[in-house]
Design a protein around this ligand. Structure first.
Ligand code: GLN
Length: 268
């Protein structure tokens, strides 16, 4: 609960800052004038001219995952609409979750979008957009597990995706030694199936997808933490942040973001 309140406070602050920035943000232009509805002469400086380069970790359904060789999902679709509004071509680069923030900081990517929680600690390293979706950290266990609630996690081996909020919170609450870090959710779930860990803490939507795809797993009813997802930017890169945030806020107000989320997460 404490965590939820902390995150809520950060997100409210971000929304306020985002709104102010969005209100006075520079307008972006494009190489393809017909795709640009912003109508100014300013040209948005991106990592690669004319492109919006987004870093993600494409093992996080339904936010980002592979359909054949193409990365699809909620984030991919929202980012495509943002790029379109800015008159840029979207390029999605798949990398470890752990490499997204360093890559954004070093100027390798324009944005990081990966079901990423606007977490207070990350604000030291990157700036965040307005939040566009909610996440919940949940616990996956094997059916028949003796873990029935969060209280039973004490003394257990907890699998997480390295450097995610699940990792950060579980390490804080249950100690570093209890936490086993994996490169992505899929590998963590394999470790649960083969008994290397007793549970996996991960975001609720990928958790649902992993449980649906694997026999003998279930999600605990009590959730672990509530979160807000946002796009991250290099600290101080207000030009990209303002332009992307403005486009994102427009998409939220136009109902486009909800449409995309509802398409991938049908109401139960
Ligand atoms: N929401 C979690 C975080 O930001 C997990 C994101 C992910 O694994 N793609 O840490």
């Amino acid at each position: 609960m404490k965590k939820a309140l902390k995150i809520l406070a950060v997100v409210l602050a971000l929304v306020l800052v985002g709104t102010v920035f969005a209100a006075c943000g520079k307008k972006a232009t494009t190489n393809e004038p017909e795709a640009n509805n912003q109508g100014t002469e300013t040209k948005l400086k991106t990592v690669t001219d004319g492109k919006l380069t987004m870093a993600t970790n494409a093992s996080f359904p339904p936010y980002e995952y592979y359909d054949g060789k193409t990365i699809v999902g909620i984030d991919a679709e929202i980012a495509a609409l943002i790029a379109e509004k800015l008159g840029l071509e979207l390029v999605i680069e798949d990398t470890e979750f752990n490499s997204i923030i360093p890559g954004v900081q070093s100027g390798k990517y324009d944005i990081g979008m990966a079901g990423m929680t606007a977490d207070e600690d990350r604000l030291k390293d990157v700036d965040f957009s307005t939040s566009y979706a909610k996440g919940v950290q949940v616990v996956i266990v094997k059916e028949g597990s003796d873990i029935a609630s969060l209280d039973d996690l004490e003394g257990k081996k907890i699998g997480v995706q390295e450097a995610t909020t699940g990792d950060i919170y579980a390490s804080d609450d249950y100690g570093d030694d209890a936490v086993v870090r994996y490169a992505n959710g899929g590998v963590a779930v394999e470790a649960l199936k083969s008994g290397k860990v007793d549970c996996v803490i991960i975001d609720n939507e990928p958790a649902k997808a992993y449980v649906a795809a694997n026999e003998g797993l279930k999600i605990l009813e009590t959730s672990y933490a509530d979160e807000d997802y946002a796009i991250c930017f290099k600290k101080g890169n207000t030009e990209i942040k303002d332009a992307v945030d403005k486009a994102l806020v427009e998409l939220i107000n136009e109902g486009k973001v909800k449409e995309i989320v509802d398409k991938y997460i049908p109401a139960e």
